[in-house]
Design a protein around this ligand. Structure first.
Ligand code: PLP
Ligand SMILES: N[C@@H](CCOP(=O)(O)O)C(=O)O
Length: 462
């Protein structure tokens, strides 16, 4: 399997090379040169398989033989053994045809664990094989950071630098990161927002001189392996509900767009998906683009669903590449325009997106209303991100014969502010975290300046 850039001007890479990098040298993101097929027979054969077995089968073509099958099976099995639910990502039926896909049973209680438990192990494998060290730089609005630290902290060959926006993540999210006192883990609170942190990480990939030759690796969803691992749960959920014999729809709380893009890849491989509903919070660029062709930056606002407080949505580029029928030049031109002025998609690509995607934006007041309403109807307390999905799914439910699967992206215990504001006493943390609020914290506050961040990384890496 070869991987090519969405901007068409970077060299194609192998799986190993793609995992050990971040962005393409032309500023684009890597995608598989050809989309592996999941035939109806492949899907039918997965019925009754364990999550780890489905994961192995779905991801194998993307790995392209670059990890020995037995080793890859062990990596996959070990990654999902860290989840607290036997089904790894159980489906919870809310009513006749609305299901929650619970993605929060991993060690840090958000969907990011699904990919980062795996990525940490894959990085370990490749770096050990090469006898190389690497530096990870990641940007987080709260969930990727802790999942990346948890997934990579045991890897001797890695130093991990995670940038989070100062005072803009929940207390539980911050403590999940800052109470890990391992020698190779560095938390930086940036005096800015997530977009500032993400821009600094991307700029560091474009200019790695500050690392004096050490490899820089991404743990954000710009890294293809993140998307690859997330494709699996779309397949597992659809198969559990009758694929390939019956189609399903998915509703996905979205921001950096890695999650829903993984679902789109599953669809492109052959999974029968009728529709994807994109749910956003008040940072609604994805909804404005789909609904009004308004692809313009607006000021980032802090919401009750802080992990989705993102304006520059990295993986939308991967979907644009498909919508523009893999015309990298057109994608590059559109994204260059978007950086400096309001942009719009050309008619044909937009029409292609609208064939498969619907969208809905949910403000803070509605998030609180939904948490109360969903609890009344289902006895579940939703986290605020999942609440955006629940509302979008309820509004966009189409054919009642097609199950709607809303992705539950985080555990409500991570977001006490929204839960308490909605009128509940809060949700207890699971036992492995019950002393989290008493643990010692360590982090460094830095201005949102690239030079300051790169100096910190260069001085502290081992
Ligand atoms: C809890 C939660 N829900 C939803 C999202 C949005 O996912 P994505 O960025 O893949 O669109 C994120 C992070 O981005 C998140 O942490
Ligand atoms: N919501 C994310 C933002 C980063 O997204 P990623 O999927 O690109 O890592 C977070 O919680 O950090």
């Amino acid at each position: 399997m070869r991987y090519i850039s969405t901007r068409g001007r970077a060299p194609a890479l192998s799986f190993e090379e793609v995992v050990l990098t971040g962005m393409a040298s032309d500023g684009g993101l890597y995608v598989p040169e050809t989309v592996p097929e999941l035939s109806r027979d492949d899907l039918a054969d997965m019925a009754g398989c364990s999550y780890a077995e489905i994961a192995f089968r779905v991801m194998k073509p993307y790995v392209g033989g670059e990890i020995d099958d037995d080793i890859f099976r062990t990596i996959v099995r070990d990654a999902y053994a860290t989840f607290s639910h036997d089904a790894v990502v159980p489906l919870n039926q809310l009513d006749a045809n609305h299901f929650l896909l619970e993605l929060f049973h991993g060690p840090t209680l958000a969907f990011k664990d699904v990919a980062l438990q795996l990525l940490g192990r894959i990085l370990d494998h490749f770096l050990a094989k090469r006898g190389e060290r690497a530096v990870i730089m990641g940007a987080t609005s709260g969930d990727t950071g802790s999942a990346a630290i948890e997934g990579c902290r045991h890897c001797d060959n890695l130093d991990i630098f995670i940038l989070h926006p100062y005072q803009r993540v929940s207390e539980v999210q911050r403590r999940q990161m800052t109470t890990v006192l391992a020698d190779n883990v560095f938390n930086v609170a940036i005096e800015g927002n997530f977009d500032d942190a993400q821009a600094m990480v991307k700029a560091s990939f474009a200019d790695q001189a500050f690392l004096n030759g050490t490899r820089l690796v991404a743990v954000n969803s710009i890294n293809w392996a993140r998307i690859m691992a997330q494709i699996v749960y779309y397949v597992a959920a659809a198969v559990a509900l009758g694929a390939p014999h019956r189609p399903v729809s998915f509703c996905v709380p979205s921001a950096n767009f890695g999650n829903v893009f993984a679902g789109y890849m599953a669809y492109r491989s052959g999974l029968p998906v009728e529709r994807f509903v994109i749910a956003t919070n008040a940072n609604d660029i994805l909804h404005r683009t789909l609904a009004d062709n308004d692809f313009s930056k607006q000021e980032l606002v802090a919401t009750l669903a802080p992990s989705m407080d993102i304006v520059v949505s990295s993986n939308f580029e991967r979907l644009l590449f498909e919508a523009y029928e893999r015309d990298g030049e057109a994608v590059a031109a559109l994204l260059e325009r978007f950086q400096s002025e309001p942009a719009a998609l050309a008619e044909a690509p937009l029409a292609r997106l609208r064939e498969r995607f619907a969208s809905h934006s949910v403000d803070d007041a509605t998030i609180l209303e939904v948490i109360r309403e969903a609890h009344h109807r289902t006895q579940e307390i939703l986290d605020p991100h999942t609440a955006t999905g629940y509302r979008a799914a309820e509004c966009e439910r189409g054919d009642e014969a097609v199950p709607m699967i809303t992705l539950a992206t985080a555990h409500p215990a991570k977001f006490a502010e929204a839960v308490v504001k909605a009128g509940f006493p809060g949700v207890p943390l699971p036992p492995h975290m019950d002393d989290l609020l008493e643990r010692e914290e360590r982090y460094t506050v830095l201005p949102a300046e690239l030079a300051a961040v790169q100096k910190f990384v260069a001085e502290n890496r081992r």
